[in-house]
Design a protein around this ligand. Structure first.
Ligand code: ATP
Ligand code: MG
Length: 322
């Protein structure tokens, strides 16, 4: 059966790195790609950054590969994450041989709660002087994240939180996550999120999979991104119960857009996560290994000190797949 994958290139280098990843997917499987638009360009044409057809297609697809949106990013990606009802954001931060990194021993996957915490939108302006934010933590969302974490890392994971201060909300988060893990016989180790920030800089090798509340996961995964070098290397996945959306961590990179020199690795690694998600484990691993070996041997794009084009790198990666 041909699997359908929705493809949304978006703006800027999205138009270059997404086709690169599509050609890699094409090389490893029998997929049908259904293209839809979103972002600045479509807003200029139609007045809407996220056309209804695109939202519906993403909401109905098993998997979507997304590039980046420019000025309209918040109007595009936030609703699209809602469309896939994503409860976990998977953010690997891995240093690769051949790529300069502050901490070459970094290989961490962050599993970030993706629906609540302080990002759930309950902000109020109570007076000229006072604004407040309501932090939402539910046992159900925390347990769903924990179930995912137990499947993802049956060998165990860290839980980052600040339950010593936010006793009610992070306490609930911590208890729910460790409760599920205990029931499933999966080891967990707790770490205070502020202490984690120090430990991960000094000795990232001690961490493998880290489960975090929403804001902590956002900040800490960006911190770890800094440890491994280029933005052009970081993939991500927004996973929901029935569907999922995969995207590079970087944006539209307007400074290099249109030049054909964007590093396609982050998007190709996102495509590898998509393959894993659809159950094409062997193919996902093969793509990751091909990217890794190309990062080690070249060719490399200018962000990694080379002079190769997006196309050169993509061809090299596809070449390593056969
Ligand atoms: P946006 O507002 O869309 O996020 P931005 O200006 O923040 O755009 P980013 O895409 O976040 O740009 O990129 C930040 C920097 O990293 C830019 O200098 C960009 O060229 C570089 N960069 C990001 N992604 C890549 C990539 N895939 N290949 C090469 N360089 C990249
Ligand atoms: Mg940016």
């Amino acid at each position: 059966m041909t699997e359908e994958i929705v493809v949304v290139e978006g703006d800027g280098i999205g138009k270059e790195v997404v086709p690169a990843a599509v050609s890699v997917l094409d090389a490893v499987g029998d997929f049908e790609f259904v293209r839809h638009d979103a972002g600045d360009a479509v807003k200029e044409e139609t007045g809407e950054a996220l056309p209804r057809e695109t939202y519906d297609a993403v909401a109905e697809a098993d998997a979507t590969l997304f590039g980046a949106a420019g000025e309209t990013a918040a109007d595009v990606i936030l609703p699209l994450r809602t469309a896939v009802e994503s409860f976990v954001n998977v953010r690997p931060a891995k240093a690769y041989p051949g790529v300069e990194a502050l901490r070459p021993d970094t290989d961490i996957v962050f599993l970030r709660e993706n629906t609540e915490g302080v990002y759930s939108g309950h902000e109020d302006r109570l007076s000229e002087d006072l604004s407040t934010l309501t932090r939402v933590v539910t046992t159900s969302a925390s347990e769903r994240l924990a179930e995912f974490a137990c499947d993802y890392a049956p060998e165990g994971f860290h839980v980052a939180h600040k339950a010593n201060v936010m006793r009610e909300t992070d306490g609930r988060f911590r208890d729910a996550v460790t409760g599920v893990a205990d029931e499933r016989g999966v080891d967990t180790e707790e770490v205070l999120m502020d202490a984690f920030a120090t430990h991960v800089c000094l000795d990232p090798g001690q961490f493998d999979v880290v489960v975090c509340p929403n804001l902590a996961g956002d900040v800490l995964s960006d911190l770890a991104a800094g440890l491994v070098g280029g933005l052009g290397l970081l993939p991500s996945a927004n996973i929901g119960s029935d569907n999922a959306l995969f995207e590079p961590v970087h944006g539209t990179a307007p400074d290099i857009a249109g030049e054909g020199v964007a590093n396609p690795s982050a998007t190709i690694l996102s495509a590898a996560m998509l393959l894993d998600h659809l159950g094409y484990d062997e193919e996902g691993t093969a793509v990751r290994e091909a990217v890794e070996s190309t990062l080690a041997d070249g060719p490399r794009t200018p962000d990694l000190g080379g002079d190769a084009s997006t196309e050169d790198v993509t061809e090299a990666i596809i070449g390593k797949l056969d």
